[in-house]
Ligand binder design. Sequence first.
Ligand code: BG6
Ligand code: MG
Length: 219
Amino acid sequence: MSKIKGVIFDLDGVIVDTAKFHFLAWRKLANDLGIDFTETQNEELKGVSRVRSLEKILAWGNVSLSEEDFNEKMAVKNENYLSFLTNLNSEDILPGVSRVIDFLIENNIPIALGSASKNARPILEKTALIGKFQAIVDGNDVSIAKPDPEVFISAAKKIEIPQENCLVFEDSVAGVQAANKAGMLSIGIGDKAVLHEADHIFSSFEEIEIEFIKKLMIL
Ligand code: BG6
Ligand code: MG
């Protein structure tokens, strides 16, 4: 394993608990179309772009839409999702995350965001985290969604750290697979059974000891 010199964070479900709002908004949209939508199916949407998510939901329900209706549904889902974020602020940063971010900054480890979301920048602004990231790569910057590694490769380039020296924090199967494909160390945040492809898995950032991160940096 290579020494860690740069860290890339996913956003939704890693830094803030917005994954639950994506779930609620997709479920409403699916149900309005007469399509059932379970938490298990939702795992398959985590980390996945907005377009790809809607394509998957429609396929599950065997529903097809015109391009115009498809775009309208995406807009409706996003408006509904954003309505949950009105009061988002720094208190919504998930427990234990700021401690890790601050430790990395104090130790001159560059940090980047690698998110599929087109809403990433406003979320980082609302939570007052935007200034802490040396690079942001989000859904507006990439053309191929996770599990393709493009988002993480691009983030590594921006912070000028070789891919094999990067660590990725991810809560989604697609994101863990993307990090693995990029040859990065993948740390899953969430359920061990779901994220079993990750190199290390923690149920939350609160479980991560600073000592553990220090060891990765001095290998
Ligand atoms: C990912 C989320 O971070 O971003 C997905 O895990 C979401 O659930 C995707 O669909 C795209 O987000 P947005 O905000 O551009 O719709
Ligand atoms: Mg996520």
